[in-house]
Design a protein around this ligand. Structure first.
Ligand SMILES: [Zn+2]
Ligand SMILES: [Zn+2]
Length: 247
């Protein structure tokens, strides 16, 4: 069957950022946190997929904000994602981001989202730029259904250790505002040996970023270069693999 090809990484190379060794070992970009117009994003799921494809992504998760009012939109997302996955050379993963929910029901929503077909579960963490209720980070880290705690703000060492022990990744984000705590998140995660991922939290057409830009966001957060391949490739891949998603 004809499969529309994504832009090969060689066309995306920006001189000066990577040496030849890093470049020749580099794989595609994986972003596990984006929003479509099923919540407050501007793009249809198909346009997120198309733009991700053009930017050299191997995989992109669409993780619209949910609470009990709109959790059933996951079924529409799954229809759109199936159309793309059958026809284009990119893996689009249906997911959900539990957002500003009472902390008492975070696990219940995660279980329900999973049952409806969400394959990646993100929780909207305690970013310093929104009044996210205190205790959200901890409730997310106690749920066995959660894959990623997004923009966890001024997360404590004890919580980072919970993330490590429960196999939940903490997020370094390219999103303005939320990114103000990236340096703190990176340093706590590195000291506690907790997994990190670098996502965009895309809402607008130009929010998706290339592998190169994600690499620079990581450097900007204070992550050493030798850790970045693992954070950009191995960590998101292992989240996908344990959810049965092959890329
Ligand atoms: Zn949003
Ligand atoms: Zn988000």
């Amino acid at each position: 069957m004809f499969q529309a090809k994504c832009t090969p990484k060689v066309e995306l190379r920006k001189k000066g950022i990577f040496d030849d060794f890093i470049y020749s070992n580099m794989n595609g970009r994986i972003d596990l946190h984006t929003h479509s117009l099923l919540s407050d994003g501007e793009l249809l799921p198909s346009e997120i997929a198309r733009r991700a494809c053009v930017l050299g992504h191997e995989a992109v998760a669409i993780t619209d904000h949910i609470d009990a009012s709109n959790i059933n939109t996951i079924e529409y997302l799954i229809d759109a994602v199936s159309d793309v996955n059958e026809n284009w050379d990119i893996q689009v993963i249906p997911g959900a981001e539990i957002t500003h929910a009472p902390i008492e029901i975070i696990d219940k929503l995660a279980v329900k989202a999973r049952r409806l077909g969400a394959e990646i579960i993100v929780v909207h963490g305690e970013t310093i730029v929104e009044p996210v209720i205190k205790g959200t980070n901890r409730a997310a880290l106690e749920s066995s259904e959660v894959d990623i705690l997004a923009h966890p703000g001024l997360i404590g060492y004890d919580e980072a250790e919970m993330a490590r022990d429960n196999d939940i990744a903490l997020e370094i984000t390219a999103r303005s505002g939320h990114c103000l705590a990236n340096g703190h998140v990176a340093s706590v995660a590195m000291e506690t040996k907790t997994s990190l991922v670098i996502n965009t939290d895309t809402h607008h057409p130009t929010d998706l970023i290339s592998y190169e830009m994600a690499y620079q966001v990581g450097l900007g957060a204070g992550i050493p270069e030798k850790e970045l391949k693992k954070i950009l490739e191995d960590n998101p891949r292992s989240i996908l693999e344990r959810n049965g998603i092959k890329i």
